[in-house]
Design a protein around this ligand. Structure first.
Ligand SMILES: *[C@@H]1O[C@H](CO)[C@@H](O)[C@H](O)[C@H]1NC(C)=O
Ligand SMILES: *[C@@H]1O[C@H](CO)[C@@H](O)[C@H](O)[C@H]1NC(C)=O
Ligand SMILES: *[C@@H]1O[C@H](CO)[C@@H](O)[C@H](O)[C@H]1NC(C)=O
Length: 451
């Protein structure tokens, strides 16, 4: 390992990250903080002022809804902070409002009711045309924000607990009627900060900003059992200027997945995800670490993911799309990734994920270009890479450099080699040796500027 690091430092013409890390002292670390300014609120109220009781049994639905009604209708300059003291506050779903901070004290837990019968239903997202799991509407997220600006969810690492096991069991027993609720969803909102909060046991995806801009998610911990179905960590969806950093995510599905709508509905809605930064994330998942897709029909561009550490994952870096999706995926940069124990290190594939219905257009082909992956290393990665473009829409400009993903050195059989089809691009210092499809086309390829 040490020898490899030394070699990389000497030969690498791209960012020598180890030096960089040493050079960037803690105080001038690049962070998301410029994207949305942190607000200080002079007006503060407590959930206990509205009858909130943190005994884990009393329903606080009325308290949350009344407190937020008060923030919305008795608007104070600079907005209002809603304080949740230590204790366990059971509640049904509630909507946030603009210019507020939901502040969870150390030891505060906001716990979702398990009354799935009375859980409100809302319309499907227009870019999905139906619920993600089942046709028709979908259950509203536990904490919901629609058309908001200037909202902060923060505190002293209190917990938002989705108590998702009832939902996971309904999914397992096929008794769900509609698509399960996200833990937190913001729709059509901007200037959102989520920081210093622990999210546990989401019924479905954990944090879902959709049709949003200027969203910062940092210092969060997101936990759900590895076998909990579809508990994605953070899914920026048809959103721009999203910055996610310094977080730990261990769930049952992709840790971070950038999306933008589903097949004919996403194409018609036409809203891309762009300018997404993901950095200093650590985590585990039986599925992907950092994912683009598979719902990318509005397009995904200008994504930077860096300094990512993944332990026990299915696929480390996964760009996934399908026919019928349409959508342009371009300018994706992933760098400085450590992967320990994975089925695959890197996968870029055009045959992943289902369709909302039979009306998708098989001629709506995705375009994948300019994906740059640099400085990836790890241990026990069974297959380093698999790239599977589409015959009628080959992936182009796939640039791989400074990648060292040895298989399980203890294993008796040698690891499966890279597998590539319908792809062009270039490689530099990739071990094990990648496929000829990528090395054949160095000349005149846009990749060469990266090496
Ligand atoms: C909460 O927001 C949802 C979705 O925007 C809306 O349908 C519902 O009426 C709102 N509920 C309350 C209590 O305001
Ligand atoms: C909360 O957790 C984050 C991330 O683990 C950590 O960096 C931060 O120091 C913690 N904050 C407090 C107030 O405990
Ligand atoms: C590519 O994306 C990066 C962000 O990762 C951005 O800074 C850069 O301007 C983009 N380049 C182009 C050509 O769009």
């Amino acid at each position: 390992m040490l020898r490899f690091l030394v070699l990389l430092c000497i030969f690498s013409t791209v960012l020598p990250l180890w030096n960089l890390e040493k050079r960037v002292a803690a105080e001038d670390l690049i962070t998301c903080s410029g994207i949305v300014p942190m607000r200080h609120r002079n007006d503060k109220i407590s959930i206990t002022d509205f009858g909130g009781v943190g005994d884990g049994k009393t329903s606080n639905t009325k308290a949350f809804r009344e407190a937020i009604y008060r923030i919305q209708h008795l608007r104070r300059r600079g907005g209002t902070l809603l304080y949740v003291p230590p204790g366990v506050y059971l509640t049904e779903t509630f909507n946030l409002t603009s210019h507020m901070t939901l502040y969870l004290a150390r030891g505060a837990v906001i716990k979702a009711s398990q009354d799935t019968q009375n859980w409100p239903l809302i319309a499907p997202l227009p870019s999905y045309g139906r619920g993600r799991e089942l046709p028709g509407g979908r259950y509203m997220s536990f904490i919901h924000g629609y058309g908001l600006r200037d909202v902060v969810i923060t505190g002293e690492n209190g917990t938002i607990d989705g108590q998702g096991d009832v939902w996971w069991n309904m999914w397992r027993q096929r008794t769900l009627q509609f698509t399960r609720p996200n833990l937190i969803e913001f729709m059509n909102s901007r200037e959102i900060i989520i920081s210093n909060v622990i999210f546990r046991n989401s019924p479905f995806w954990n944090i879902h900003p959709v049709y949003c801009s200027n969203v910062v998610i940092r210092y969060v911990t997101i936990l759900a059992p590895a076998d909990s179905p579809n508990t994605d960590g953070i899914d920026p969806d048809s959103s721009s200027n999203v910055c996610i950093e310094d977080s730990y995510i261990a769930t049952g599905d992709d840790l971070v997945a950038v999306k933008s709508g589903w097949d004919e509905y996403g194409i018609a809605y036409g809203r891309p995800s762009s300018d997404i930064t993901i950095r200093r994330i650590t985590g585990s998942s039986p599925f992907s670490g950092i994912a683009i897709g598979s719902e990318t029909s509005g397009g995904v561009e200008n994504v930077l993911a860096e300094h990512i550490s993944l332990f026990n994952v299915g696929v480390g870096i996964h760009v996934k799309t399908n026919i019928g999706r349409g959508g342009l995926i371009r300018n994706i940069t992933v760098s400085d990734v450590y992967i320990e124990n994975a089925r695959k290190g890197i996968k870029i594939a055009g045959d992943v994920g289902g369709h909302p219905d039979e009306r998708y257009d098989p001629n709506a082909l995705p375009v994948v270009k300019d994906v740059i992956i640099t400085n990836v290393w790890g241990v026990k990665v069974l297959q380093a890479g698999l790239i599977k473009g589409l015959k009628s829409s080959p992936f182009t400009g796939i640039c791989l450099s400074d990648i060292n993903l040895p298989g399980d050195t203890q294993a008796k059989r040698s690891p499966p080699p890279w597998s590539c089809s319908d792809v062009s691009g270039a490689t530099h210092q990739v071990s094990p040796w990648p496929c000829s499809e990528l090395s054949r086309s160095v000349q005149g390829n846009s990749c060469s500027s990266h090496f």
